[in-house]
Design a protein around this ligand. Structure first.
Ligand code: ASP
Length: 382
């Protein structure tokens, strides 16, 4: 079986380190030795993207793979084809890996249960964006030579941010401490702990100790004071206001939000003098970040973008270089056979996946974002 990358939550610290080490090697100019020659990568983006989609394509090409973009706007998805049918079709066409971005939390997981090829999450709703988390970690590790012991402040619309969730898992698994900073309405109402933890009722601004899936406690602080949150921070991650996911007014006005939470050259002074400033992009200049900060001496935002290619190369290699993948590679692409003789372990029934998909849709239309997170968390932790 190929290996999926659905989230950093599922990975161990050792696996994350391994991915960062190979990313660093590729950033230094090495290439995965013949790894992806003859393999087919298909990108399937239901949401817009510049950095992520292009860097996956460049990564695949530089590693020798064939890469094809499935244009959702011009595909049979517009005729009502389901996610499961679409990914099974792409696999039947020869995909070894499908890179999915989807507005629904859990969509890549649904896809991964209906195909044998690798599924890579390129951002799913408010859930995770694991390759963004990896490139954030790599960028920090290149400049600070470590992650353990650093203080990371994640500022802004944390509630709707998959970037924040992946960063949270990645940084804490490698020993950093994380502070989430934002107005109470844009901080998660529930901490990021597993849903069966007894901490569900914890107060917004309390120190909480969520527990990761391996039951190790991780330390996360939340505060609505920018000054307090940035105090002593080695890394400041400014988040975009995710207006497309906000279902009602979370802040009195954008101007008011900017006055209290924008990262500017002035507010960055609350952090350490050698603090790094990061942003996943695209930036709303003058909203969550000012030009003097974004293009100032602390900013490593362009380095984050550049690291995206190396990280995605490492991810593709990690997903496709499993024992089974290597056997398939030696057999050659043409001999792999059709969907019928490959004995697809289709999930117990296609309707199960369709139901999951429907409930994801229902979730979006009927539930509050915090409920979406909670139910996505339930499903994803299955
Ligand atoms: N590009 C990142 C994402 O797709 C961050 C953002 O859109 O704000 O999640």
């Amino acid at each position: 079986m190929s290996r999926h990358l659905l989230g950093l939550r599922e990975l161990s610290a050792a696996q994350i380190q391994q991915l960062l080490d190979s990313s660093q090697a590729y950033a230094n100019g090495e290439r995965p030795a013949g790894a992806l020659t003859g393999r087919t990568i298909i990108t399937l983006f239901y949401e817009p993207s510049t950095r992520t989609e292009i860097s996956f394509e460049l990564a695949a090409k530089r590693a020798g793979a064939d890469v094809v973009r499935c244009d959702v706007q011009r595909s049979s998805i517009q005729k009502g084809e389901s996610l499961v049918d679409t990914v099974q079709t792409l696999e039947a066409l020869g995909a070894d890996a499908i890179v999915i971005r989807h507005p629904m939390a859990g969509a890549p997981k649904v896809a991964s249960r209906s195909v044998r090829c690798a599924v890579i999450n390129a951002g799913d709703g408010m859930h995770e964006h694991p390759t963004q988390g990896l490139l954030d970690l790599l960028t920090v590790r290149q400049r600070k030579a470590r992650i353990a012991g650093l203080k990371v402040a994640i500022v802004g619309d944390v509630l709707h941010s998959r970037v924040a969730r992946s960063a949270l898992w990645g940084f804490t698994k490698l020993g950093a401490t994380v502070t989430l900073v934002g107005p109470p309405t844009l901080l998660p109402r529930l901490p990021f702990q597993s849903h069966d933890s007894p901490l569900d009722q914890v107060d917004l601004v309390d120190q909480v100790d969520p527990v990761d899936q391996h039951r190790r406690p991780i330390s996360v602080t939340m505060t609505s004071s920018l000054e307090e949150g940035l105090q002593g921070a080695d890394v400041v991650i400014a988040l975009r206001m995710q207006v497309e996911r906000q279902q009602h007014g979370y802040v009195p006005s954008i101007a008011e939000y900017t006055r209290s939470y924008a990262i500017t050259a002035r507010t960055l002074a609350y952090a350490r003098p050698d603090a790094l400033l990061m942003h996943p992009g695209p930036m709303n200049l003058g909203v969550e970040i000012s030009a003097d900060a974004a293009y100032g001496p602390h900013s490593v935002i362009q380095a984050q973008v550049a690291n995206g290619v190396a990280v995605r190369m490492a991810t593709l290699w990690w997903c496709l270089s499993t024992e089974e993948g290597r056997k398939r590679e030696t057999r050659g692409t043409r001999e792999r056979g059709t969907i019928h003789d490959r004995h697809l372990p289709v999930i117990s029934s296609v309707s199960e996946a369709s139901n999951a998909e429907l409930s994801l849709r229902a979730e979006r239309s009927n539930l509050a974002p915090s409920q979406e997170i909670a139910s996505a968390r339930r499903r994803v932790s299955q």
